[in-house]
Design a protein around this ligand. Structure first.
Ligand code: CU
Length: 616
């Protein structure tokens, strides 16, 4: 089995581009460390109750968020779904720079995937990254400026509107950058939107170096722009292998989310609110519990299919969102927002729900339990990890553990509870620093209250079949012949490096032949950190996990396809990945957003197979 080092390249210190941007970070750091400043119009809200008045001189790292008022804000009973638009001007293969589009590379396979070979007509959406001047996280905190996404309905929200997509139906999302360029507070008003988990061609993937505003372009874009079209082909991975015009249904994705991925500023931009859900359905997971098709699973569907984002946030003594861009240890939130609100209430009908849980980061890990007010653990069914349906549901589960950006879909049957029952989702995983979680302790922190408050208007016909989605079997010969790359995630000079080097978006660290299968060994030799490693574009299968040199079992929920691999201290995870269907640059990075912004990322490129032999 050939073992290759990652391609030798100059480190970021040798690269003018990387060095310039990073010293810019240092120079502007002091200003960026400031909390969001209150404007004159905001100051009237400062007298709102629930705000702690002490800690005037407390250093940033010791901030504690002021007390909040729990269970005051109600989440909508169904998730806000983005409505399609007619794009004007219509999307084009090459960047429409004349109309104000950023200078991206032309859409790959445009003719076959967008123009001609498709099951359904393309659907177009428009989202604007924008400031919302008066977001209320909790009634104890003043209305404040956040960043979010605005769809057809005026007003940016966090999460942004959810996109419901279908395999075989191409989607174009036009992402406008309407962030204030003279913004107040932390974050950087350029955007590069990544659709996490999607099998997306490089030019639409939200590569960190592809950030843009009307006046500024990242180092890997040709020119600035007010918008950029992202083409989500909504084909399964394995399109070229299968030759069926859509790909391999065993590779279907489900629970995805879009978020900002701007170079060096992903954490602050996401903390300010730039994220939203994107769900994909197909003939198996069809998003319709009434679907008469024999292939349809008929899992609980909209409005009973409900994504929930959990994000850790820290607030200053005035109840204003706080961030420290300079500290490579980052900021660990002591409050958890659930779909943008602290300690909200979700009212549910007495029937089955599909809850899609996402750890939106930036740094906290969770172990969630569903409990009664007297902390009795409730059972549920675990059906998908990282958005991918498991081959079979895991029944009678009590907990869900999530590293940053991991997802778990669970089905909870609320019909077993009398009307008026109150339940809580609690996090029992304690964590004191951004580096890694500590231990599990009862009773935990209540982050969401669920009230079973009504009977459903009609009979619940949804179900959780014993078989969900087929998993492609391992092929030992394919594994044996795969090229092996070793990636060590380590601390260096107070920052975060991969194989001893910091990220430079212009430097390719691995060149991969299109269609190749590789084994990536993700290594974390240091004991003090856990790194949730995310590989863009293709999902992987865990071949083995070792801890302190000893093989450890892969838990059932991690035996399917994954896009985030939680690399605990002293561990190595071997991952099988195939690089299919598109060409170009993508990153792999730590999804602890602090580590990511402090350079724990590599660029790898898929290149055309010119060997003619088809082997590596
Ligand atoms: Cu990390």
């Amino acid at each position: 089995m050939p073992v290759a080092e990652a391609t030798q390249t100059p480190s970021v210190e040798d690269s003018a581009q990387g060095a310039a941007r990073r010293s810019f970070l240092k120079l502007t750091g002091a200003a960026l460390a400031a909390p969001l400043l209150l404007s004159a119009s905001d100051s009237g809200a400062k007298s709102r109750r629930g705000r702690a008045d002490e800690n005037d001189d407390a250093p940033a790292a010791q901030l504690t968020s002021p007390p909040t008022l729990p269970w005051q804000i109600e989440l909508p009973t169904s998730v806000d779904q983005l409505q399609p638009v007619t794009l004007d001007p219509p999307p084009m293969e090459a960047a429409n720079t004349a109309a104000g589009e950023a200078g991206r590379a032309p859409h790959q396979r445009w003719n076959e995937l967008y123009v001609t070979a498709r099951q359904y007509s393309p659907v177009h959406y428009e989202l604007s990254a924008k400031e919302n001047p008066a977001w209320v996280f909790n009634p104890a905190y003043p209305p404040q400026r956040i960043w979010g996404y605005e769809g057809k309905v005026p007003g940016a929200t966090t999460p942004g509107p959810a996109i419901f997509a279908y395999y075989g139906q191409p989607t174009i999302v036009r992402f406008h950058n309407r962030l204030p360029q003279d913004h107040v507070g932390f974050g950087s008003p350029e955007i590069s939107t990544h659709l996490h988990n999607a099998h997306t061609a490089s030019e639409s993937d939200g590569f960190p170096g592809d950030y843009y505003s009307a006046n500024k372009a990242g180092p890997t874009l040709a020119s600035p722009g007010e918008f950029k079209d992202h083409f989500y082909a909504n084909i399964y991975a394995g399109y070229d292998e299968q030759q069926n015009g859509i790909g391999d249904p065993r590779e279907a994705l489900g629970t995805l989310f879009y978020h900002d991925h701007t170079l060096d500023f992903t954490a602050p931009n996401v903390v300010r609110g730039l994220m939203g859900f994107y769900l994909i359905f197909d003939h198996i997971d069809s998003g319709n519990e009434h679907d008469p098709s024999p292939s349809a699973l008929r899992l609980p569907s909209y409005p009973y299919d409900y994504p929930l984002d959990f994000s850790d946030r820290l607030f200053d003594r005035n109840g204003i969102l706080f961030w420290d861009q300079v500290n490579p240890e980052g900021v660990l939130g002591d409050k958890v927002t659930v779909n943008g609100y602290i300690e909200p209430v979700l009212r549910v009908a007495a029937r089955k729900y599909r809850l899609r849980l996402l750890n939106g980061g930036p740094s906290r890990f969770y172990e969630f339990y569903l409990v009664t007010p007297d902390d009795k653990e409730q059972r549920f069914t675990y059906i998908a990890n990282d958005g991918n349906l498991l081959p079979a549901p895991l029944l009678d589960q009590f907990k869900v553990r999530l590293g940053v950006t991991e997802r778990a879909d669970i089905v909870v049957d609320f019909s077993q509870y009398p009307i008026g029952t109150e339940l809580y989702l609690v996090n029992r995983l304690r964590q004191e620093k951004t580096r890694l979680p500590k231990d599990v302790e009862k009773p935990g922190t209540r982050v969401l209250k669920i009230i079973v408050d009504r009977y459903p208007p009609e009979q619940d016909v949804s179900r959780v079949p014993a078989v969900l989605r087929e998993l492609r079997p391992f092929d030992q010969e394919e594994i044996d012949n795969a090229k092996v790359r070793r990636w060590e995630f380590e601390r260096r000079n107070g920052m975060w490096a991969v194989n001893g080097k910091f990220f430079d978006p212009t430097v390719t660290r691995a060149k991969i032949r299109q269609g190749a299968t590789e084994v990536w060994e993700l290594v974390n030799d240091s004991g003090g950190w856990a790194h949730p490693i995310h590989i863009h574009f293709e999902e992987g299968r865990i071949l083995s996990k070792t801890r302190e040199g000893k093989e450890v079992p892969v838990p059932p929920h991690e035996q399917g396809r994954k896009d985030v691999f939680v690399l605990e201290g002293g561990s190595t995870i071997r991952v099988l990945i195939r690089f299919r269907d598109f060409l170009g640059k993508h990153p792999m990075h730590c999804h602890n957003l602090i580590h990511e912004d402090h350079a724990m990322m590599v660029r790898w490129d898929i290149e055309e197979d010119n060997s003619g032999s088809g082997s590596s």
